[in-house]
Write a protein that binds this ligand. Structure first.
Ligand SMILES: [Zn+2]
Ligand SMILES: [Zn+2]
Length: 337
């Protein structure tokens, strides 16, 4: 072994040991790769290596395990082959792919029926983000008319997602309980859920911060903590939300006249009909798909931007002329969110 001459060493280097491996073993290795790749390119670069790796890499056993980052096709790389790749993963029974392609079809490709059906396939298998997205769709009657809003269905889906630990769903359910929206009002239970959502979010932030400190770059974004003065890691945006945001920001598709995007930067959902989303009752300049997005954006930046100058002028005039202080109360209530 140690006494190979130069010719033997060269022969050894040119032998393709991959051919010696049984298909089952290669599939096991590719399954591991598809579940842990850090981007679609990481995985796809293996598929273009040779015909055998291409055939085995597209095996349903491999595609069913493709992880969130492997499926994280970006808006600028969207193509028929990207669509086909996600469809193959869906057909292999990958529920993350059902959710991602469902969101893309529902909001970007204007195919709400197929999009909702794909998300439902993931939701049936207890996929928390799919359950939460379907709840937002039910709350807003997205893809239909105002009369298609189904608050009780929205709360039921949201509760299921919250039970599975989805932070946005916990927050949404907390606000629904506090406001009595689609569910009997229960302020203390709503507050309990909001505290739980904040605690989970803080734990995520701390985990991400510690990973960042130890050099493991899992955090993609940093933002200043409003009013706190420090720099904290922000919860990572799900790749599909980033896809939605980039898709519409790129101008690839222009939203129909009068339709607006959710103003929360980490959401990316557009309206599917005019006046679908709730508007900030103070400034009227921002729109949100959900109570959760409104609360997050308020905390992150809108409380610094919300300038109800017209209401302040009206309130000042009312005080000057000895009128009531209704608007001032509205501003204070909003600020207390
Ligand atoms: Zn939103
Ligand atoms: Zn505002």
């Amino acid at each position: 072994m140690t006494h190979l001459n130069k010719k033997q060493r060269l022969e050894n280097l040119t032998v393709n040991h991959l051919d010696d491996l049984h298909d089952d073993l290669v599939i096991t290795i590719l399954r591991k790769l598809s579940s842990s790749a850090s981007s679609p390119a990481d995985f796809l670069s293996v598929l273009i290596t040779c015909k055998r790796l291409n055939r085995l890499g597209l095996h349903p056993l491999v595609l069913s395990r493709a992880g969130t980052q492997t499926l994280a096709v970006t808006a600028d790389k969207w193509s028929d082959s990207a669509h086909k790749f996600l469809k193959r993963c869906v057909n292999a029974g990958n529920i993350d792919a059902c959710f991602a392609l469902g969101m893309i079809r529902f909001y970007c490709l204007q195919n709400p029926v197929s999009g909702a059906s794909l998300m439902a396939r993931a939701a049936i298998k207890s996929h928390a983000p799919a359950l939460y997205s379907l709840s937002v769709i039910q709350f807003n009657g997205s893809g239909g008319t105002k009369s298609d809003k189904n608050l009780r269905a929205g709360v039921a889906l949201c509760a299921r997602s919250a039970y599975l630990g989805h932070v946005d769903a916990l927050r949404e359910l907390g606000h629904c309980l506090q406001d009595g929206y689609g569910v009997p009002r229960d302020v203390s239970e709503g507050r309990r859920l909001l505290i739980q959502a904040n605690a989970r979010e803080l734990a995520c932030s701390l985990r991400a911060y510690l990973s960042l400190k130890t050099g493991n770059e899992t955090v993609t974004d940093l933002a200043s903590c409003g009013g706190g003065g420090g720099i904290i890691p922000v919860q990572e945006i799900h790749p599909v939300n980033r896809f939605l945001k980039d898709w519409f920001d790129s101008g690839r598709i222009v939203l129909a006249e009068g339709l607006r995007m959710c103003s929360h930067g980490g959401c990316g959902r557009p309206e599917t009909r005019s006046h679908e989303f709730r508007r900030c009752s103070v400034c009227g300049k921002v729109n949100y798909c959900s109570r959760g997005c409104q609360a997050l954006d308020w905390r992150a930046k809108h409380k610094m931007e919300c300038t109800p100058l017209d209401l302040w002028v009206a309130a000042a005039a009312a005080v000057e002329f000895g009128d009531g202080d209704g608007e001032a109360v509205a501003i204070e209530n909003h600020a207390a969110r």
